[in-house]
Design a protein around this ligand. Structure first.
Ligand code: GLC
Length: 527
């Protein structure tokens, strides 16, 4: 089979949560000036593509994922010139830049919604999804949102409800309205014309909703006091997300992207409806890549890791994106066991992600082995944490990056918008750069070794089973393996080690506990 090669086929991505990357003007919030000044760190690390989280005008109810203007920059982050300089600098350093596009919903402060809310006759009314109350006056259907609770808020003035899969201040756009579709064509072109290399598409599974807004089948108990994901999982999501018409939107965007050789990377957040996810990416004529989120919802066991890989690889034939961290989940070091144990495991897991078919992404600070920060309840800023507890929300993964072992950690000269939450000198980029055994150097070596293995880009994925506590697979003649047990394991394979995450000699075929390796299999080795 021949493959058209694309610039992202063998690329390693990196998520920049701009508020917390680097502050260039001392107001405590990361911005384009700060980000641009730190891009050489990413080039040095070996990153090919950076994804920058939303930087648009926004009331920040959901920290920028509530966009009030799709073609402008929030003054906190800079201005259009600052974006241009950042993109230009990244290109100089050989990196591509993709930006976050948030098409599922706007902020309630977007002028479209302000107009829409002004009354049922406004021409912008139909940019959003409105419905009459149920006969009892309650919400029009039984949909629950990603943050828990009903997806409907009553607009007292008109007596109609409007739809929001997230906060009430994030009304969902009506993707069945051609005017919305046209408006977004212009948004895409606006940024592509400025030189960005593509988009990470927020909530990519959800754009179009059922035309009749039918209730979802309920499969378990659900009430507002339950954890948000338990509420979500109490329903079969037949009518709210993953509607076939959403693919049509991406086909349209794919044609626009093709004019610019741009990447469409979807936040395809669903772990259950794989056939529908497959339609969004596998044809190559819609999204190019869709993230698989299994790695953020698994246990540290060989069985769990294998099924985290097997499930999407079996069902989704092309275009997977892989990440163990993001601005939405606890850091993997914390999830996998904390401290150096968690760090060893996260690095070993990173070795595996680097070998999977598709595009691996790191989240800022992952290369430093950062844990989730320790925050106090009063530090909570995220609208979703449990019981007002910052530690249970998304704040703990969103704290600023420690660059240098000085006051403000080289992130800011002011007061950071979120506390560092327990960072030490050893966590900083500067200290880790001095130490060739640091997490930073181990990640950098891993990325460098993978970069040389272009032959894996289109090679089939095949499991190798040297031991049931080892997760191992091959792509072409390259082996990726990690020991998931707490005992050393001898690999009975004929193989030359190219990279190892631990400290054993390079020619040893004994995998230490929580160690990952990349190796070249001898020609005779059968999987
Ligand atoms: C995505 C973002 C998340 C945001 C949500 C709503 O899941 O990653 O941070 O809250 O979309 O836009």
């Amino acid at each position: 089979m021949t493959h058209m090669s694309r610039w992202w086929d063998h690329a390693v991505g990196y998520e920049i949560y701009i508020r917390s990357f680097c502050d260039g003007d001392g107001d405590g919030v990361g911005d384009f000036r700060g980000l641009t000044s730190r891009l050489d760190h990413l080039a040095w690390l070996g990153i090919d593509v950076v994804w920058i989280t939303p930087f648009y005008p926004s009331p920040m109810d959901d920290w920028g994922y509530d966009v009030a203007d799709y073609t402008a920059v929030h003054p906190l982050f800079g201005d259009l010139d600052a974006v241009d300089s950042c993109v230009a600098r990244a290109h100089e350093l050989g990196m591509k830049v993709i930006i976050d596009l948030v098409p599922n919903h706007t902020s309630e402060q977007h002028e479209w919604f302000v107009r829409a809310k002004s009354g049922p006759d406004d021409p912008f009314r139909d940019h959003y999804i409105w419905a009459a109350p149920a006969p009892d006056g309650g919400p029009p259907n039984n949909w629950v949102g990603y943050f828990g609770g009903t997806t409907w808020t009553l607009d007292e003035a008109s007596g109609q409800y409007y739809l929001h899969l997230f906060l009430p201040s994030q009304p969902d756009l009506n993707w069945r309205n051609p005017a919305v579709v046209d408006a977004f064509d212009d948004v895409l072109r606006f940024w592509l014309d400025r030189g960005v290399d593509g988009f990470r598409i927020d909530v990519a599974q959800a754009l179009v909703k059922d035309e009749q807004l039918r209730s979802n089948p309920q499969i378990g108990p659900c009430d507002d006091s339950m954890f948000r994901w338990d509420q979500w999982n109490a329903f079969e999501h037949e009518h709210d997300i993953l509607q076939p018409e959403t693919v049509e939107i991406y086909r349209r965007w794919n044609r626009i992207a093709a004019e610019y050789d741009a990447l469409l990377l979807g936040e395809t957040y669903d772990l259950h409806r794989l056939d529908k996810l497959d339609r969004l990416v596998s044809g190559g004529d819609a999204l190019h890549v869709g993230f698989w989120f299994g790695a953020m919802h698994m246990d540290w066991s060989a069985t769990s890791i294998k099924s985290t890989f097997e499930t999407p690889i079996r069902s989704i034939s092309a275009g997977l994106g892989w990440a163990q961290n993001s601005h939405d989940e606890h850091r993997s070091v914390t999830r996998f066991g904390r401290g150096d144990l968690g760090r060893r495991r996260a690095l070993a897991f990173c070795v595996l992600l680097m070998g999977l078919p598709g595009m691996p992404f790191l989240y800022q600070g992952e290369e430093l082995g950062l844990e989730s920060s320790e925050l106090r309840p009063e530090d909570k800023l995220d609208p979703i944490g449990e019981d007002g507890d910052a530690a249970s929300g998304r704040d703990a993964t969103r704290t600023p990056i420690p660059w240098e072992p000085i006051d403000g950690f080289g992130f800011t000269t002011g007061t950071p918008w979120l506390p560092f939450g327990g960072r030490s000198a050893a966590d900083t980029v500067e200290v880790q750069r001095e130490d060739p055994t640091s997490w930073l150097h181990r990640h950098r070596r891993l990325i460098a070794v993978r970069a040389e293995l272009e032959e894996i880009a289109h090679a089939p994925f095949e499991w190798v089973e040297p031991d049931r506590s080892v997760v191992a697979f091959r792509r072409h003649d390259v082996l990726f393996a990690a020991n998931i047990s707490d005992q050393p394991i001898d690999l009975d394979l004929d193989c030359t080690v190219l990279y190892r995450s631990g400290d054993a000699p390079m020619d040893s075929l004994t995998l230490d506990p929580d160690e990952g390796i990349i190796g070249r299999l001898a020609p005779s080795t059968d999987a």
